[in-house]
Design a binder for this molecule. Structure first.
Ligand code: AP5
Ligand code: MG
Ligand code: ZN
Length: 215
């Protein structure tokens, strides 16, 4: 199964994609996580992405598409994958169709995870992320068992530089300008499922499973 997670920053794409990936036994491919790994490793890709990410702007399409292309060719994506944060522009969506077609694959569903803007800002200002494995926590709604430490890998938790309120506002603006047109596009293609991300993480997970008819 090849799934896309769409939605504004802080809606819960990463949280839900990780849960679904575990449930379905397929990889969680998150463009933001790939960029952050490259940034930490100080690779050429990381250097290219850095200034865009810090400002909450999109990394140029050609850079992003090349990175995803390489990731999708890995054998662990053969049985399906959950794409989180990609595509984010019309051009990326077209490139994705091309990449999948080359491999004889299709998109089964685009999950649009949505939440009100005040809630997005609130969630992102209380989010903590693992430096090592990028697992996501929230001091209010999803705290780690031990303060400052990742439940999954024991790594150190930190606050993303782009979770600072002004940058969050810019990310939301960029989302409306550049990414939201994809919602209509996937709706026209009959692939869109909208999930309101309210009522807690487990509840949202259940809603997604039932929308996808996964028992
Ligand atoms: P990226 O890392 O993709 O960030 P984003 O899209 O802004 O999304 P977030 O990761 O902030 O939010 P999320 O929806 O994953 O929410 P989460 O599950 O963490 O991108 C970062 C940057 O990389 C971009 O700005 C850009 O520069 C670059 N980039 C990435 N992809 C790109 C692309 N395709 N093209 C160009 N550039 C690209 O949840 C948020 C918080 O809420 C957490 O604390 C969580 O615990 C909590 N939470 C989740 N669900 C709930 C719930 N139901 N109730 C209460 N709390 C909840
Ligand atoms: Mg995320
Ligand atoms: Zn971790």
């Amino acid at each position: 199964m090849n799934l896309i997670m769409l939605g504004p920053p802080g809606a819960g794409k990463g949280t839900q994609a990780a849960m679904l990936a575990k449930r379905l036994g397929i990889p969680h491919v998150a463009s933001g996580d790939l960029f952050r790994e490259a940034l930490q490793a100080k690779t050429e890709l990381g250097l290219k992405a850095k200034s865009y990410m810090e400002r909450g702007e999109l990394v140029p399409d050609e850079v992003t598409i090349a990175m995803i292309r390489e990731r999708l060719l890995q054998p662990d994506c053969d049985e399906g994958m959950i794409l989180d944060g990609f595509p984010r522009t019309i051009e990326q969506a077209e490139a994705l169709n091309g990449l999948l077609a080359e491999q004889g694959k299709t998109i089964e569903a685009a999950l649009f995870i949505d939440a009100p803007e005040e809630e997005l800002v609130r969630r992102l200002s209380s989010r903590w992320t693992c430096r090592k494995c990028q697992a996501v926590y929230n001091v209010i709604s999803n705290p780690p068992r031990e303060r400052g430490k990742c439940d999954v890998c024991g790594g150190e938790l930190y606050q993303r530089i782009d979770d600072e309120p002004d940058t969050v506002r810019n990310r939301i603006r960029v989302y409306w300008d550049q990414t939201s047109p994809l919602i209509d596009q996937y709706r026209h293609e009959g692939l869109l499922t909208t999930i309101q991300s309210e009522g807690g993480i487990d509840h949202v997970h259940e809603k997604i499973l039932s929308a996808l008819r996964i028992a």
